[in-house]
Design a protein around this ligand. Structure first.
Ligand code: NAP
Length: 531
């Protein structure tokens, strides 16, 4: 019987196993993939890269890793990030604590034993006292329903399951479905070499320039010398990024001031235009309309054909109310003669054929179809495991009307289950590693506390869960994002039953979340029943 099992060898799982091993517990990690890396292991699609400043994304806990690792770009590409994960795994000797190629299919809690029985897809079973899920918030890929897809003679790849070997792009006729943060990255990359690219867009997003560049040698030295300041800054901001809302209000600034401020943000690297903007743009419709008009003008300036530009301007949601895709020459790709934009609201896809896709406007012949159609966000990876708690209740069923959690880390009726980056956890709305480290540290402390006091069971109370879930809804009130369709709101037209908004993220800010978690721990894990 293990003291603890950790599911997933992404950034959460790697750090969690490192901490549990240091505690001297019998702990073991399990990972469906063949190696470490999580998101960065699976999402190998062309153009995948950070939207967070590289040096704000890496782990902060190891001085040795910080000293030895060099990021090459301000927003590093996926191959480098995967190398980073491997570097950390080697340095901390983590691989020996994981078993790879094992996907957890079911977890059943035994009330009598206060233990979980785990069953993996290779038929193996494992028992553990504490089950820590580190399965990632964007790791359950979703396929579109596309009739006839099985007849398509070309190649089909989902961005979140991109194969290790090379997928040929050069000179091929490529179709991309999806224009979220992933689609935008892949489109701007494959447009460079594809023979012909057709983008199938259902909903345009408000994209902003990443303004990436290589890190020079003097910058590298300065970054290394500033890690304390960088991580302190990330700790203080609402979402763990190096950007925080400007306290001024758009509606109090003059038109000239607004224009100058927005031009500045538009030319700066990273999420500043989204997260370091005037404090009212994400809550006040009039302020949001102004920034949306600014962003729409930028699209019109950058896309030569006014009809295409109009199709790329979102009409059903304002700027920043969904995750802002960061781009590099994304809009300019549509100026290429070999790139077409199909607006699915005008010409929907009817079916796939052996040659490609048929839309209401005719057949588009393709050699490669890329599905950038996203994920069953935040809860999907948990739902895909048959998790059965006390009295035979399934987690999936418990969450029928949307997730209910305590701190986004625990669910009543599911003792000894701790869900890193679970629904309603601040890590869902964060520069994720910053919040992952907090989650893992908190879980490790809780496990240590249990061991020190001889407790064998930790379970969130119904009352604490109800209070936290109401708090999650309360802090999101007034945010324009709650009126918009997106994965933040748990909406996904490709999944049955995901047609009603069910908030999945914690929008109260990482500092507030951290304070709450610390207070819970300081009060002897208030809101948890320890037995
Ligand atoms: P997403 O934001 O959910 O976008 C999925 C896209 O596919 C949307 O444009 C969606 O259209 C479209 N789509 C889905 N099903 C469709 C169908 N049946 N027919 C036509 N279009 C369809 O997923 P994502 O782009 O993979 O991004 C998910 C999240 O991952 C991001 O929000 C971000 O948090 C994270 N991410 C991070 C990075 C980074 O940090 N570098 C990069 C990529 C992604 P609708 O909008 O109409 O539903």
């Amino acid at each position: 019987m293990l003291d603890a099992a950790v599911i997933g060898a992404g950034l959460s799982g790697m750090y969690q196993i490192h901490r549990l091993q240091a505690l001297g517990l019998a702990s073991q990690g399990f990972e469906a993939g063949a190696d470490v890396g999580g998101t960065w292991y699976w999402n190998r699609y062309p153009g995948a890269r950070f939207d967070s400043e590289s040096y704000s994304y890496g782990y902060s806990f190891s001085a040795e890793v910080l000293r030895e690792w060099n990021w090459s770009e301000h927003f590093s590409p996926q191959p480098e990030t995967l190398r980073y994960c491997n570097f950390v795994a080697d340095k901390l000797n983590l691989r020996k604590h994981f078993r790879f190629g094992m996907r957890l299919v079911s977890a059943r809690f035994s009330d009598g034993e206060n233990a979980w029985s785990l069953e993996f897809d290779n038929g193996e079973t494992v028992r553990c006292r504490i089950l820590v899920t580190a399965v990632g918030p964007l790791s359950a890929p979703v396929m579109p329903e596309l009739s006839g897809l099985e007849t398509f003679a070309g190649e089909v790849q989902h961005t979140g399951l991109w194969p290790k070997g090379e997928v040929a792009v050069k000179g091929r006729r490529i179709g991309v479905i999806g224009t979220g943060a992933t689609g935008v990255q892949v489109i701007q990359e494959v447009a460079k070499t594809a023979g012909h690219l057709t983008v199938f867009q259902r909903t345009p997003n408000w994209c902003a320039p990443l303004n990436n560049r290589p890190i020079s040698a003097p910058e590298q030295a300065s970054i290394k010398a500033s890690y304390d300041r960088i991580f302190r800054l990330c700790n203080e901001t609402a979402n763990g990024f190096m950007h925080d809302a400007d306290p001024r209000k758009a509606l109090e600034a003059s038109a000239e001031e607004r224009e100058a401020f927005w031009e500045k943000l538009y030319s700066e690297p990273g999420f500043g235009i989204w997260l370091a903007n005037y404090s009212d743009i994400l809550v006040d419709q009039t302020a949001n309309d102004l920034i949306s008009a600014f962003m729409a003008r930028k699209i019109r300036e950058r896309v030569r054909d006014p009809v295409t530009a109009a199709k790329l301007i979102p009409g059903n949601h304002g700027f920043g109310t969904r995750r802002v895709p960061m781009e590099t020459n994304y809009y300019e790709a549509y100026n290429q003669a070999d790139v077409d934009l199909v607006d699915l609201s005008e010409t929907p896809i009817e079916c796939a054929t052996p040659n490609g896709l048929i839309t209401a406007a005719g057949e588009v012949e393709l050699d490669l179809l890329i599905l950038a159609t996203g994920f069953d966000a935040v809860r999907g990876a948990l739902d895909r495991i048959d998790i059965v708690g006390v009295n035979g209740v399934r987690l999936k069923d418990r969450w029928d009307d949307g997730p209910v959690t305590y701190l986004g880390l625990a669910v009543s009726g599911f003792p000894n289950l701790l869900t890193l980056v679970g629904p309603h956890n601040s890590a869902t709305f964060c520069n994720i590693p910053r919040c992952i480290e907090q989650n893992v540290d908190w879980v490790t402390d809780a496990i240590r506390y249990m061991a020190a006091h001889g407790y064998r069971r930790i379970e969130a109370t119904r009352e604490a869960e109800e209070e936290w879930t109401s708090h999650v809804f309360e802090v999101a009130q007034g945010l324009l994002m709650t009126k918009t369709r997106s994965w933040f709101m748990g909406l996904n037209a490709n999944i049955q039953g995901r047609d009603k908004p069910r908030l999945l993220v914690y929008a109260g800010g990482a500092p507030r979340y951290r304070e709450r978690c610390d207070a819970v721990a300081a009060q002897g894990y208030a809101g948890f029943q320890l037995t």
